[in-house]
Design a protein around this ligand. Structure first.
Ligand SMILES: Nc1ncnc2c1ncn2[C@@H]1O[C@H](COP(=O)(O)OP(=O)(O)O)[C@@H](O)[C@H]1O
Ligand SMILES: [Mg+2]
Length: 341
């Protein structure tokens, strides 16, 4: 194992032609590692290669992973086992699978619901419990959002609208704004599969303020490394579209960590929220991902307090890309600190 060898691990078949060293999303990061004296290589991952990689990856001091929780319909079970194993043997892995389970799954919303960034969140760990309690939750609120345990790209995220004693309407975040109406019993059956394989459902309050857009706060370890702002998101209501100016889905614009628009968010993240999060989940500083993000709803544009202004939508730790170019120096520094430790 050479401590200066860094692997950028991305998903792909051997014939996919993917190469992190030349791919738009990673090439600047890769060249930054090189100019900093690291030996950086692009490594492809798919489940068929796991056994071979078990030995191949051990020659790297650090393996930086960009693979989604759901990649071409498959989960990360095999990959996570492999990463835990090489980490055990001394290879620095980011993000470590134990941390993905703690921070990067949707139950983070439930575990941190009492923090300043939290809100009204319920969690159902069995289908029986879901059937018993969700009806009342939806009846009380009129609209709720259900999120599956592990997902990305709107997969398994639904806006649920109470229609009548016998019907609910749902909108899947992955499928644009198409509405489907089901009877309660059809609905309950349709959501049963989310509980298999230790799955669960998170029931989050509907955020009324998505017209303000959402801010993505990028972090490396415990430091804010940049921001993204996206005006139109999944589940944004069609009636709010002004087709003259808005075309779904919105583009995300990137800003450095010093962007004045979000300086309140940087300050509260670095002085309080990240610390509370680590405390809450028992995560030591050296286990924090080298690149991760927290997505926030912007409740009130001009609120004097960040506590009122921002509510957490989700945290991503598995495959944060693209990221703002300001994050690159933070990632390289963070990796250097971790492997030279
Ligand atoms: N509580 C909510 N209120 C309004 N819109 C939401 C809510 N939760 C999620 N969304 C919308 O759905 C999208 C996907 O949800 P998210 O939690 O980010 O899951 P994913 O991991 O699939 O990205 C968000 O980007 C946002 O546009
Ligand atoms: Mg998201």
């Amino acid at each position: 194992m050479k401590s200066d060898d860094v692997a950028i691990l991305i998903h792909g078949d051997i014939n996919s032609g993917r190469d992190a060293l030349t791919e738009e999303k990673y090439k600047d990061l890769a060249s930054s590692f090189s100019s900093d004296g690291f030996n950086v290589k692009s490594v492809l991952y798919n489940d068929g290669l796991a056994d071979k990689l078990r030995t191949d990856l051990l020659k790297f001091g650090a393996v930086l992973v960009w693979v989604n929780p759901i990649e071409q319909g498959r989960d990360r079970k095999k990959l996570d086992l492999l990463l835990a194993e090489i980490s055990e043997k001394g290879c620095f892995v980011s993000t470590h699978p134990d941390i993905i389970i703690k921070m990067g799954t949707k139950d983070i919303l439930y575990k941190t619901k009492d923090m300043d960034w939290g809100g009204d969140i319920k969690m159902y760990t069995t289908h029986e419990d879901f059937v018993k309690r969700f009806h009342a939750s939806l009846l009380g609120a009129g609209i709720r959002v259900l999120k599956q345990y592990r997902g990305n790209g709107g997969n398994g995220v639904y806006k649920i609208i109470y229609k009548s004693a016998d019907a609910v309407t749902l909108v899947h975040a992955i499928a644009g704004n198409e509405e489907r109406t089901l009877s309660w019993s059809e609905f309950n059956t349709a959501f049963k599969p989310f509980f298999s394989n230790n799955g669960l459902l998170i029931d989050q309050e509907w955020n009324e303020n998505t017209i303000n857009g959402m801010v993505r706060c990028y972090l490396s370890g415990t430091k804010v490394a940049g921001f993204g702002y996206q005006e139109i998101n999944a589940l944004y209501e069609l009636k709010n579209y002004n087709t003259q100016t808005h075309f779904p889905p919105g583009k995300r614009y990137y800003f450095t960590e010093n962007c004045g628009l979000f300086s309140d968010l940087k300050e509260i993240m670095e002085t309080s929220w990240v610390f509370q999060l680590r405390n809450n989940l028992s995560i030591t500083e050296d286990m924090m991902p080298v690149i991760w993000d927290a997505d926030f709803f912007i409740n009130k544009i001009n609120s004097p307090t960040a506590v009122e202004k921002y509510t957490l939508c989700e945290i991503n730790v598995s495959c944060v890309s693209p990221f703002p170019s300001s994050a690159i120096k933070f990632i390289v520094d963070e990796v250097r600190n971790r492997i030279r430790k």
